[in-house]
Ligand binder design. Structure first.
Ligand SMILES: NC(=O)c1ccc[n+]([C@@H]2O[C@H](COP(=O)([O-])OP(=O)(O)OC[C@H]3O[C@@H](n4cnc5c(N)ncnc54)[C@H](OP(=O)(O)O)[C@@H]3O)[C@@H](O)[C@H]2O)c1
Length: 322
């Protein structure tokens, strides 16, 4: 089968389209003919082996995972021993980042627990673009952020997968005013998604405007915790899904002190992959949620698409069709 293989840490040039052996589904696994996959921050970190601390998990000198791709949508073509949830012909999708990756290939052998049935109403490209970012956004807004009706919400890093889905999910939860922060031309492209206000982070520091929010969802934590606290209302919550490692560690260290001395709360989302896909299925089937797709690009253009992700030229999710 054709697959985009990563042989060493480096730039997108370290990715090569090659003929490799088709995997066999193991115990509890199914073999999926991949129709669409996406690019995520996980792939970008894995490709570069950065931050270096991540190499403790990725492989110290060389990447342990050779075929990246953390989300897939496709068709089951074979079932391994004791795989009982799906049958050949079933259309499935899921976040496979905790099941060994493998989306940048014509076939992937995946633990069946990492997959959900794809409703016919959702296309393969949309389905592939959904599970990772939508779960981060949903878990950030609802499970951790406890969003409530009428609340003023800010999403920092509004142009990516989490931001473009997050604004729609926040509206579905009856949020009040929603502010998005990103930069450049991207802001224009974000206007139709439901933000009431868009700020350019190269011009405005949202933590210094004097405006205060009930809930801040951040995909790019890069400031001291105290800066986020001053942008929160009394009782406000700052919830990050990711960002710079030292800032995330600072946030974790200060979390108990913030809780003990203020009415505000700071938290980090620990992603539970595929936890609530049935809710998303409903929203998608009723067309109440729209996935913003950048591309799609064919498999042979994965290195180029990866570069595009690294330069953050995308809006929404970069999708690869296989
Ligand atoms: N918590 C978990 O368990 C978990 C699991 C997996 C992934 N993650 C994290 O979740 C996040 C995924 O978010 P995503 O998929 O939406 O990311 P994304 O697609 O990379 O989007 C991030 C957006 O933020 C913008 N941006 C960059 N620097 C910024 C700044 N200083 N201020 C405001 N915006 C900025 C980027 O555009 P420009 O660069 O063009 O400005 C881009 O539009 C990542 O941080 C990832 O590491 C967390």
């Amino acid at each position: 089968m054709r697959a985009v293989v990563l042989h060493r840490y480096g730039s997108p040039d370290a990715l090569r389209l090659e003929e490799v052996e088709r995997p066999e589904p193991g115990r509890g696994q199914v073999l999926v003919e991949v129709r669409a996959t996406t690019i995520n921050d996980y792939d970008w970190c894995y490709l570069r082996g950065k931050p270096y601390a991540y190499r403790l998990g990725f492989g110290l000198t060389a990447p342990r995972v050779r075929i990246l791709g953390a989300e897939i949508a496709g068709t089951v073509v074979a079932c391994g021993e004791q795989a009982q949830r799906f049958a050949p012909g079933d259309e499935v999708y899921g976040d496979i980042s905790e099941a060994g990756f493998g989306g940048f290939a014509e076939y992937a052998a995946v633990n069946e627990d990492a997959l959900a049935r794809k409703p016919a109403a959702i296309g393969f490209e949309e389905a592939a673009a959904l599970p990772h970012a939508a779960m981060l956004a949903l878990q950030g807004l609802v499970d951790v952020g406890r969003i409530a009706q009428g609340e003023r919400v800010l999403i920092n890093g509004a142009g990516g997968g989490v931001g473009t889905l997050g604004v729609q999910l926040a509206r579905l939860k009856d949020a009040g005013e929603i502010t998005g922060v990103d930069h450049g031309d991207k802001l224009e492209r974000l206007r139709g998604l439901g933000f009431h206000e868009l700020l350019d982070y190269t011009e405005v520091d949202f933590t210094r405007t004097g405006r205060r929010y009930d809930l801040i969802i951040d995909t790019k934590t890069n400031r001291p915790t105290s800066h986020y606290l001053r942008a929160l209302q009394q009782g406000g919550r700052y919830v990050t899904v990711g960002g710079e490692l030292p800032r995330l560690l600072e946030l974790l260290a200060k979390k108990p002190l913030v809780a003990a001395t203020t009415t505000k709360r700071v938290s980090i989302v620990a992603l539970k992959p595929n936890a609530n896909l049935s809710y998303l299925n409903e929203l998608m089937a009723e067309r109440r949620l729209d996935v913003v797709i950048d591309g799609p690009y064919p498999l042979e253009r994965v290195p180029e698409a990866m570069r595009r992700f690294g330069e953050a030229n995308h809006v929404g999710k970069i999708v690869i069709t296989v």
